[in-house]
Write a protein that binds this ligand. Structure first.
Ligand SMILES: Cc1cc2nc3c(=O)[nH]c(=O)nc-3n(C[C@H](O)[C@H](O)[C@H](O)COP(=O)(O)O)c2cc1C
Ligand SMILES: [Mn+2]
Length: 508
């Protein structure tokens, strides 16, 4: 089952008892964060705030904050089911008999219906604001106390910004952000579409800042428009197909359209309509709200941030492009979807978990040695990954590390721990046990320099620094000085079964 818009997804989760409506008046400034923080960390439901200070729109949060809701949005029973479908994409089994060919026809027909479909009209444009567009009609959250407060947590010159621009005072309450928007852009050379989830800070009714990291596709497009000296059309979609926010976070290779992947995930094409003021872009027909605008790459940048981020720290304020709003369109009675990030676990943990599982078959194409991997909660996505391999030759773990450091967004991983096949990488204690016991630190830790997540505040410069690979596998001949390597303790199956069988007799 798939959900073509947020309204139908809300109805579905409400029907399953996974949504709670909050009717009392609440403040989008900090108060919603603290409520969502408590509910998410307790594994609680999605929340629909029907009465938000300063806005007529209801605010939905924690929509994807559980395995069940994330799977429902993906139209699957489990992440592994989706991974299995992804695997058939990359490793199609060739039908050999006529019967097999016939059986595969529906599958092939389905593949043909995945690219986005451009339609003439969409509910997302039921109401159109152009001259009267006002970003502050949205109940955009101020998530953390120091968000937008540029008196501290500001980047120094060593950071990512492309040089100073003038400071701008931010709206009514500084530090309000759109946090669950899918940002649509196109490559000016190839016309290829990209959808990325990037936060957007509100400054004035028609002025915002676009926080795309330099390594992400939106920023890549931006650099192309800048080189051409052309204005860049941008649209931000809120709501739309239930898979869209997830698709926008997917680490797809540059040039692969996230709308196509969304179509694959939901088993049917996503409908798009041309923007009303940015006709070069198509936006999701079923979105709740769409913000259309442009970035003029010739214009001075704006100091964006700080922002309480998924690292558990404020990401430093730095200079980012100004987004000028040309229209805000919405359906009748739109729902405003939002999320907060912060110390894990938050709602985004589940978006990340889905990716970890769904992208395993794709990672295995690049690094076939990887049997399984886990991005532990404490690692906040990019800080740490546990990898399991079947070791067959010397230094295989190091080869795996090097390959991961070259693989898409996995390249930003700061610490890689490689363990042997028998270790459960989803059990932190098991991995740490191997790590602590199996390494000679000087021999088994490898450092390299390279690009890092720009949110890593400990790296010596923004977006680049050192990474560490820890080979916690059993060492074999050819891997430097090792003595006889002992076997790990394990009771024989026979004795285990005997003790299980006789357990009652012992009376312990
Ligand atoms: C809740 C959430 C917020 C995010 N915020 C940002 C952001 O502000 N800027 C950014 O560049 N990436 C952000 N990301 C990560 C990107 O969405 C993600 O890396 C995505 O794959 C980028 O797409 P792209 O490769 O098409 O650019 C966020 C992810 C999530 C789940
Ligand atoms: Mn992309």
């Amino acid at each position: 089952m798939s959900f073509a818009d947020l309204h139908s997804f809300v109805a579905a989760i409400e029907q399953r008892g996974w949504l709670k409506r909050v009717t009392v008046l609440v403040d989008p400034v900090l108060e919603i964060t603290e409520i969502a923080e408590r509910v998410t960390k307790a594994g609680g439901p999605a929340l629909l705030f029907e009465n938000v200070v300063g806005s007529d729109l209801p605010l939905l949060i924690n929509t994807y904050g559980s395995a069940e809701r994330m799977c429902l949005a993906l139209g699957a029973d489990s992440f592994d089911d989706v991974a299995a479908r992804v695997k058939t994409l990359i490793k199609p089994e060739m039908p050999t008999t006529l019967m097999q060919k016939i059986r595969r026809l529906p599958e092939l027909a389905q593949l043909g219906s995945l690219p986005p479909k451009i339609v003439k009209r969409g509910v997302c444009q039921e109401v159109v604001h152009t001259d009267d567009a006002d970003l502050f009609m949205l109940p955009a959250l101020k998530c953390w106390p120091l968000d937008g407060d540029t008196s501290r947590n500001v980047a120094t010159e060593a950071d990512c910004g492309a040089g100073p621009g003038p400071l701008t005072t931010a709206g009514t309450e500084p530090g309000r952000y759109i946090t669950l928007g899918a940002v649509f852009t196109k490559d000016p050379e190839t016309g290829e579409r990209n959808i990325g989830m990037y936060r957007v800070q509100l400054f004035e009714p028609k002025l915002a800042a676009m926080h795309w990291h330099m390594h992400h596709d939106g920023a890549r497009h931006f650099r192309k428009y800048r080189a051409r000296g052309e204005r860049m059309p941008v649209a931000i979609a809120l709501g739309g197909p239930a898979v869209l926010p997830y698709a926008a976070t997917c680490p797809l290779p540059a040039g692969i359209d996230e709308a196509l992947f969304a179509g694959f995930l939901q088993g049917g094409s996503m409908e798009l309509v041309p923007g009303v003021t940015q006709a070069a872009l198509e936006v999701p027909a079923t979105a709740e709200i769409v913000i259309e605008g442009y970035i003029d790459p010739g214009e001075e940048l704006i100091l964006e941030g700080p922002f309480g981020d998924h690292t558990g720290f404020y990401s430093l304020a730095d200079f980012y492009p100004r987004l000028h709003v040309t229209a805000i369109t919405h359906r009748q009675q739109p729902i405003y979807p939002a999320t907060i990030v912060g110390k894990p676990p938050q709602e985004d943990y589940w978006l990340g978990k889905a990716t970890e599982r769904i992208f395993l078959p794709l990672l295995q194409v690049v690094v076939p040695d990887v049997i399984d991997y886990d991005l532990p909660l404490f690692g906040c996505f990019h800080n740490c990954v546990f990898v399991k391999i079947r070791k067959e030759y010397p230094y295989q773990a190091r080869r795996v590390m090097a390959a991961i450091w070259g693989a898409g967004q996995m390249a930003f991983t700061k610490i890689i721990v490689v363990v042997d096949e028998h270790v459960n990488v989803h059990n932190q204690d098991e991995v740490l046990f191997q790590l602590c016991s199996n390494i000679d630190p000087r021999r088994d830790i490898m450092f390299i320099d390279g690009p890092l997540d720009i949110l890593d505040h400990a790296s010596p410069v923004c977006g680049a620094g050192s990474k560490m690979g820890i080979d916690a596998t059993r060492k074999i001949a050819g891997e430097g000085a090792i003595r006889a390597w002992p076997d790990e303790l394990e009771m024989s199956t026979e004795i285990k079964e005997r003790v299980t069988r006789r357990w009652g007799e012992y009376g312990v």
